[in-house]
Write a protein that binds this ligand. Structure first.
Ligand code: FBP
Length: 556
């Protein structure tokens, strides 16, 4: 097999650990903090998690460890969408396990949660792990979106755990997967089967964060990959001066990715879904804002520019959100009847007949391709798959129409030529940046320490992330601390609260203070390609989001 030079050299990269984790593994002791409470709905969550509620925060310090040195057999799964660094979580976990005791075993369950249920696994060995160190992707064991949430599934996992003598399971996933990790931990604790469950915070979307989790892994690399591509387009646009580029970027439920890319590249337009919703903006408002910027630039001879659109924007525009929710209900409530319709005209007529006037009007105003995308299969949670809705094309069509109207009215004097792009899958499996390589390795290594110290229902945490790996801290946070109750399919369920962009936070504020200038003038910024080797100031930088959140962002 032929390996690229970067592949070969990345295999050799030794991820940096926080100073505390560099100590001999038997010289890292657990320190318990204050008992915790969930972020809200405390009483209800306490009732739902009698064994794992109120646990104490954990940090690690240098002192002789009281951790058990019993033989560990640990199972690990990757869950949900790919995020750069997943392989390093597994490498860190593997290295710590083997450092503590060569007899320890790591089993990788394949294809996500379903691998745990179906007992589909591989034993991770030195030779195997060495092919995946510091590489992107989840192909080491694969991933999947099966929801691990009901007692039948937990029972099957319990059987699998018994068969292999598992002492712990590490679930690497986003908010839903970690919620499920917590439910599984509670179930096992109640059963007293002795199997611990530890979560690790993953998602390129960046929406699994809170006062304890400073960043989900993969966000750094994915944003930097998209930002490189977007800034290349910015430069192309400024060179040719003849196209408007509409670029949709991933980020299903939050606009952190779009916002970070905007800070990196300073495009003329970027939407933040959370703001669109807070201001109750309609599709018309969104289209008019874009048309205003294009008109203003076009009338000054600047017939080019770049607009970033978060993929989830469609669900933030209140009237579109209502439409999507209604379509979700129509498809669920009439699954059989709708499933029998085989041609588009019938499907379209069925949808329109079941919508109220406002939603029907909005639906009818969309191009056919978008209508079809809105009626596509839902994900396992019953939600529309926003990554498959070409919102950038929808906006181009609507903006083009509006600009033609303005041209006829004599206010717009420019020309509108456009191109569309979608960046999502391009960034999810990139070679992790040094930040993600180090962070993920540390999360996995740290997960072992939590296991050795006998705790369950915790998420592995590495914090102080803006201060460089040697200053990072390591510990564990009870997952119940992050929970609140949310209505899902008509029922209140305990879930980890998703972190949306905070409109009064430093990241959005920075964007808000600059966007007018970026819209008017051409202020593109060029972050370039991710650097893996060279000076720390280009190789080890964090996202601007993280730097602003930690108050250490220095403008160029
Ligand atoms: P996770 O929340 O599982 O990390 O996945 C996020 C994401 O990458 C979104 O940005 C995107 O909308 C979605 O996954 C795409 O899902 P799929 O991989 O199933 O197409």
């Amino acid at each position: 097999m032929s390996l690229s030079p970067l592949q070969k050299i990345r295999y050799q990269y030794q991820p940096k650990l926080p100073l505390i984790l560099q100590n001999d593994i038997h010289n890292v002791a657990v320190k318990f903090g204050e008992p915790t409470e969930s972020v809200s709905d405390q009483e209800k969550i306490r009732e739902m998690f009698p064994n794992t509620y109120g646990l104490r925060k954990i940090s690690f310090e240098k002192a002789p460890s009281k951790a058990s040195d019993k033989k560990q057999v640990v199972g690990v799964i990757l869950s949900g969408g790919q995020a750069p660094g997943g392989h390093n979580v597994i490498s860190g976990l593997y290295d710590a396990l083997k450092k503590a005791n060569r007899e320890n075993v790591l089993l990788g369950f394949k294809g996500g949660p379903s691998g745990l249920i179906d007992d589909d696994y591989i034993e991770i060995t030195d030779e195997y792990i060495d092919q995946y160190r510091n590489t992107g992707g989840f192909d080491i064991i694969g991933s999947g979106r099966t929801k691990l949430e009901n007692v039948d599934q937990f029972e099957k996992v319990d059987q699998v755990a018994k068969k292999h003598g598992l002492t712990a399971i590490v679930i690497i996933g986003g908010d839903d997967s970690n919620t499920n990790a917590c439910v599984l931990a509670e179930y096992f604790a109640q059963k007293k089967n002795g199997v611990q469950v530890i979560g690790c915070p993953k998602t390129i979307d960046g929406d699994l964060k809170n006062e304890d989790i400073e960043a989900s892994f993969g966000f750094d690399t994915a944003c930097k990959t998209f930002a490189e591509l977007i800034s290349n387009i910015c430069r192309d646009s400024n060179s040719a001066k003849k196209y408007w580029h509409f670029i949709r970027v991933m980020g299903r439920s939050a606009s952190h990715v779009a916002l970070e890319c905007a800070l990196e590249c300073q495009p003329n337009i970027c939407f933040v879904g959370e703001e669109v919703e807070a201001k109750n903006q309609s599709m018309r408002d969104v289209v008019n804002y874009i048309a205003d910027v294009i008109e203003d630039r076009g009338n000054r001879g600047l017939n080019f520019g770049v607009a970033i659109i978060p993929e989830g924007i469609i669900e933030f525009i209140p009237e579109a959100k209502v439409l999507i929710a209604k379509l979700n209900d129509i498809l669920t409530d009439n699954e059989v009847e709708y499933g029998k319709l085989t041609n588009w005209n019938d499907q379209y007529a069925f949808a329109v007949a079941h919508l109220d006037d406002n939603s029907a009007k909005l639906f009818e105003s969309f191009p056919v391709d978008i209508q079809k995308q809105l009626l596509m299969d839902r994900d396992p949670h019953g939600n529309v798959q926003v990554s498959k809705i070409e919102t950038e094309k929808l906006l181009i069509v609507l903006v083009d129409k509006e600009l033609k109207r303005r041209k006829a009215a004599g206010t717009y004097k420019g020309s509108f030529n456009y191109l569309n792009h979608f960046f999502g899958y391009e960034g999810r499996c990139a070679f992790p940046t040094n930040f993600d390589a180090d962070y993920c390795y540390s999360l996995g290594y740290n997960a072992y320490l939590l296991i050795a110290n006998g705790v369950t229902g915790y998420m592995s945490t590495v914090a102080n992330l803006a201060a460089g790996p040697e200053n990072w801290t390591a510990g564990g946070i009870p997952i119940t601390k992050m929970m609140n109750l949310e209505k899902r399919h008509g029922e209140y369920k305990p879930v980890i609260r998703k972190a949306l962009v905070e409109l009064d936070g430093p990241v959005f504020k920075y964007f808000e203070a600059h966007r007018e200038e970026w819209a008017k003038n051409t202020c593109f910024r060029y972050p370039g390609a991710i650097q893996y080797y060279g000076p720390a100031e280009v190789c080890d930088i964090t996202t601007i989001t993280l730097a602003l959140e930690h108050g250490v962002w220095k403008e160029d």
